[in-house]
Design a protein around this ligand. Structure first.
Ligand code: SPV
Ligand code: MG
Length: 290
């Protein structure tokens, strides 16, 4: 249990900058772990999508906790859990976090969307994308830190997502840091590096900035590191590329493209046997050596 906690704390303490991919189930978590990432982002959007539900609080808190425990049963990679807006008020948030505490979760991210949330990049469809007041969100952060002092707390403001100027996001960010947040995401629909740079330049402590560049175009992770972001989270690109691959494979089957064409973009069966068998062999060895 402690090993993974230490790994994330160690990475945060020693690596100036880290790149973290999104995961959503035991398989994706295990692949990210074997690839050697220092941590993985459990994406609310990706887990919801895997249940075929909108990222708008359709998924219940217990569904999410169950998925997290399925992931933890297989993977020891440090996890940063996307807690959306906390699944409701303070009581609901604490219920989620009490359950996460049993799962060796090192870090969480909580956003200032009002309940029920809507994914940052979805057009509101008539309903306003509302934010919690600064006071009530700070109250949430303060209570999280008071009840779970060991948890690395990432606060995320949706201020720019709802069209407020960068200055408003900075005001929220400062309040959230004072209320106990360790790191801050100023989430945005930014595409270009120059737009991301405005955020870094406006924030007094770039080391505490996390970026989730979901809509970014034409930039490398190194570009984001060079302008000063500390932690870069690629939240949902792996799931999106997986969906792309699935559609392409189903399309080839439908078009009767032939087995050779289909096999081009698949892993061999042996790849999966090895992947999974290695895990269970190691588990067996560990249990014998205890
Ligand atoms: C998620 O992965 O659930 C996120 C990141 O919150 S994003 O959907 O890109 O805003
Ligand atoms: Mg999310």
């Amino acid at each position: 249990m402690e090993a993974s906690t230490n790994t994330l704390l160690h990475a945060l303490a020693t690596d100036k900058q880290i790149t973290i991919p999104g995961i959503f189930d035991p398989l994706s978590a295990k692949i990210a772990e074997i690839m050697g990432f220092p941590a993985a982002w459990v994406s609310g959007f990706c887990v919801s999508t895997s249940f075929f539900m909108p990222d708008e609080n359709y998924m219940t808190v217990d569904q999410y906790i169950n998925r997290l425990s399925e992931i933890r049963r297989i993977a020891t990679i440090p996890l940063i859990v996307d807690c959306d807006e906390g699944y409701g008020d303070m009581i609901n948030t604490l219920y989620l976090l009490q359950n996460l505490a049993k799962l060796d979760i090192q870090a969480i991210c909580i956003e200032d969307n009002a309940f029920p949330k809507i994914n940052s990049f979805k057009e509101p469809n008539g309903t306003r994308h509302a934010l919690e007041s600064v006071e009530s969100f700070c109250h949430k952060l303060y209570n999280i830190k008071r009840n779970f002092p060991e948890l690395i707390l990432i606060a995320r403001t949706e201020s720019m997502i709802v069209g407020e100027p960068l200055e408003s996001a900075i005001i929220r960010g400062k309040a959230y840091k004072s209320a106990g947040a360790d790191f801050l995401v100023i989430h945005s629909k930014n595409k270009r590096l120059s737009e991301f740079k405005l955020i870094v330049d406006a924030w007094e402590d770039p080391d505490s900035l996390v970026v989730i560049p979901t809509l970014a175009e034409d930039l490398s992770f190194m570009d984001l590191k060079q302008i000063g972001f500390r932690i870069i989270i690629l939240a949902n690109q792996v799931l999106r590329s997986g969906i792309h691959a699935m559609c392409s494979a189903y399309g080839k089957i439908k078009a009767d493209a032939g087995i050779n064409e289909l096999n081009k973009d698949t892993v061999p069966m042996k790849f999966i046997f090895d992947l999974i068998d290695n895990h269970y062999k190691k588990e067996a060895l560990c249990s014998i050596s205890k």
